[in-house]
Design a protein around this ligand. Structure first.
Ligand SMILES: Cc1ncc(COP(=O)(O)O)c(C=O)c1O
Length: 376
């Protein structure tokens, strides 16, 4: 017999722990500032978005209509070519990257994928799973792809179609690999058959709303783009959106009789709740609200750099980025605040819940921790 009292106590303890940890979750790019209570009633249905959102399926308990609207909005934000795009709501940025690399591999089975050493750890795993040949390139000290290394490496393999995996906001430093520079290298070397995938997990929902974005989307030569939904937009379920040029997708679609759908997606059963949450956020905020939230977050990132610098901590950030980088703090700070470290650096990311007050409390704790343990 389950012990109901202790089960209840465990749930209460989990709730209390999540509630107290959330405000200090500053090191990972997951927006915590949302209210989906109006959608809770939909959790009583066994909804499922199996299949292609644009062709419908035999499973009628779905939210395909809402999913299509979400994907259409993302197509607009990524400047997808009119009538030549397709996409779906994924389980997160990783599935979107897998989808882009899958399409690329189907188009160019012999292709070599090039990615920088600052690329998210899941990409090497995806390439291994897909048996795609690949070469890791050097990064510049700021985390951007080393374009000279790209040029030199491509020159040696000019007879093999390149699949370029570009970071649009790298995990550690928020660096954006410049798609215009990448295209320039490809054009200079007169390489005709190419594929460019943009991993815009975080910055894909920042760059559409800034004055002078770096070249990053379909208008600058991307063939597919993956964006996380639970990062900047915010959702309690991990999710994302992937978009690709339709002419590429059409080459890999297969019709499946059992579900009465086109098998264009990676997963079979897919969340029907995540598209509803994304749709709700997009409607709640609208393009102006999203631009306003982005500006507030950028202001907070500037504030964090200023405050840390004012206390002698060498913090910096890229243009149009919410990722504030600094030397790895003492362990006591990492215990109190949820911070992601790597190779001597760490960062905080000014998501909407990371307000100026949160930043000031973090800086004050950082300074106190340094006083106790000088030399982080
Ligand atoms: C640059 C980058 N790409 C991909 C991912 C993976 O995205 P997700 O966690 O949504 O699967 C992340 C996650 O932090 C990331 O920073």
């Amino acid at each position: 017999m389950p012990d109901r009292l202790s089960d209840q106590a465990r749930l209460d303890a989990l709730y209390a722990q999540l509630s107290s940890t959330t405000p200090r979750n500053v090191g990972y790019p997951c927006n915590q500032d949302f209210d989906f209570s109006e959608l809770f009633r939909f959790l009583r249905f066994s909804v499922n978005n199996v299949g292609d959102p644009f062709t419908g399926s035999n499973y009628r308990l779905n939210t395909h209509e809402f999913e299509r609207e979400v994907v259409e909005e993302f197509a607009r934000l990524t400047e997808a070519p009119k009538d030549d795009w397709w996409g779906y709501v994924t389980s997160g940025g990783t599935e979107g990257n897998m989808y882009g690399l899958y399409v690329a591999r189907e188009l160019f089975p012999e292709g070599i994928c090039y990615f920088s050493e600052d690329t998210h750890y899941s990409v090497a795993k995806i390439l291994r799973l897909q048996h795609t040949r690949n070469i890791m390139l050097k990064s510049l000290p700021n985390g951007e792809l080393d374009y000279a290394d790209l040029r030199e490496t491509l020159r040696i393999h000019r007879d093999v179609p390149p699949i370029i995996f570009a970071n649009i906001g790298s995990t550690m430093t928020g660096a954006v690999d410049d798609l215009a520079k990448i295209r320039e290298v490809l054009d200079d070397l007169a390489i005709q058959h190419t594929y460019v995938h943009a991993d815009a997990a975080l910055s894909g929902m920042i760059l559409p709303f800034v004055q002078t974005p770096q070249p990053w989307n379909f208008a600058h030569g991307a063939d597919s783009i993956s964006i996380s939904g639970h990062k900047m937009l915010g959702s309690p379920l991990p999710c994302g959106v992937v978009l690709a040029r339709k002419k590429h997708v059409d080459r890999i679609a297969r019709s499946i009789e059992y579900v009465g759908a086109l098998d264009t997606t990676i997963s079979g059963s897919r969340s029907a709740i995540a598209p509803l949450f994304l749709w709700y956020r997009l409607k709640q905020l609208g393009p102006e609200g999203l631009a306003q939230v982005t500006q507030q977050c950028l202001d907070c990132a500037d504030h964090a750099v200023r405050e840390l610098n004012a206390h002698g901590i060498a913090a910096w950030k890229h243009e149009n980025s919410l990722t504030v980088i600094f030397p790895k703090p003492p362990a006591s700070l990492m215990k109190k605040w949820t911070i992601a470290p790597k190779k001597g650096i760490a960062h905080l990311i000014t998501m909407p819940h990371v307000t100026r007050a949160v930043i000031d409390a973090f800086v004050s704790d950082f300074v106190a921790a340094l006083a106790e343990h000088p030399k982080p």
